[in-house]
Design a protein around this ligand. Structure first.
Ligand code: FVH
Length: 297
């Protein structure tokens, strides 16, 4: 490996990246396009070849990559692969940023693990897909949590591929925000799948429904602000325009339409069951905020 770093501006860290999958590769391309000096490592060596051609140094082992970097970024499949890849690396004095998706508990454990090895640690949760990386107008960003000092010191480098949102010193907070948003997206796509299933056997084009779905979901999304206000005030009836009693009535129509169209309502059923439990508990004048309490009890 070529270890000559004399061309590196003093205010820019030596950057090492572990993982050249779809996301790791996009990160590497963004840093290289920004003129950053970069050492890369990937478990399957062939994947590093195009990056070598684009100017990256290629390390033969994770330990070698870590040794070549001040700022080490891991973007691997999962937390286990991070532990495996870094097991033989000397992390003393390094700044380690983990952009691998994991749970809050995994992030907290990984932070302790890294600090025990003498590193500063920042966990990250990426809110972007690979084509959004290095495209500022795409709105992509990553949540970060853990060492504030590390975040501040490397803000300039971390914001090359996408924006950066710091969520706190608790290393689990980035993963918690990441998974909260991904979970909400999962529910949204469940609804979208159900909607397309409803029209599937009709002479209606899915491409006609798509813009209507996007418009409606975009109009409804700000409802999250009202739920947040309810949870903070404790008054779940404040400003409610569409109450639970009315919505539960509507559930019957949704179920019946699914049946008429020969569509399973299994994606809707769990949420509807919670709405109905909350109504049975006497909260018909609320919106859907009370479902949050049913989930967390
Ligand atoms: N791609 C996406 O849309 C999402 C966007 C949000 C963030 N995620 C997370 O990013 C992490 C990496 O995802 P990825 O898209 O790069 O994933 P793959 O293309 O599958 O590449 C996986 C890389 O991990 C390497 N790897 C797997 N297992 C190990 C291991 N045991 N030891 C070392 N490296 C390992 C794999 O190497 P190879 O298969 O090429 O040898 C790839 O470099 C991830 O947490 C997403 O949830 C992406």
């Amino acid at each position: 490996m070529n270890d000559d770093i004399s061309d590196q501006p003093v205010d820019r860290p030596r950057l090492a990246l572990l993982g050249l999958g779809a996301m790791g590769g996009a990160l590497a391309r963004a840093w290289l396009a920004a003129g950053r000096s970069l050492t890369v490592w990937n478990r399957t060596p062939g994947r590093a070849e195009p990056f070598a051609a684009a100017g990256a140094r290629v390390a033969g082992t994770p330990a070698e990559a870590v040794a070549a970097g001040d700022l080490v970024v891991a973007c691997l499949l999962d937390d286990a692969s991070v532990g495996e890849a870094l097991s033989g690396a000397d992390l003393a004095g390094k700044d380690l940023v983990n952009l691998t998706t994991g749970t809050p508990a995994q992030a907290r454990a990984r932070a302790e693990w890294a600090v025990r090895r003498g590193a500063r640690f920042l966990d990250g949760g990426i809110m972007a897909v690979p084509p959004m990386v290095g495209v500022p107008e795409s709105g992509g960003y990553a949540f970060y949590s853990g060492s504030r000092a590390l975040f501040d010191a490397h803000h300039d480098t971390l914001t090359v591929p996408f924006g950066a949102v710091y969520t706190g010193e608790d290393p689990g907070f980035a993963a918690l925000h990441d998974v909260a948003l991904l979970s909400a997206m999962t529910g949204m796509f469940a609804g979208v799948a159900h909607a397309f299933a409803l029209i599937r056997k009709e002479s209606l084009a899915p491409s006609g429904l798509a813009p209507l779905l996007v418009g409606w979901l975009t109009a409804m999304a700000p409802h999250a602000y009202q739920i947040a206000a309810h949870l903070e005030s404790g008054d779940y009836t404040e400003g409610v325009a569409s109450n639970l009693a009315m919505m539960v009535e509507g559930n019957a129509t949704l179920r019946r339409t699914a049946e008429e169209q020969g569509v399973s309502a299994e994606l809707l059923a769990p949420f509807m069951a919670l709405m109905e439990r909350r109504l049975a508990d006497g909260h018909g004048d609320e919106g859907t905020t009370g479902v949050v309490d049913l989930l967390t009890r």
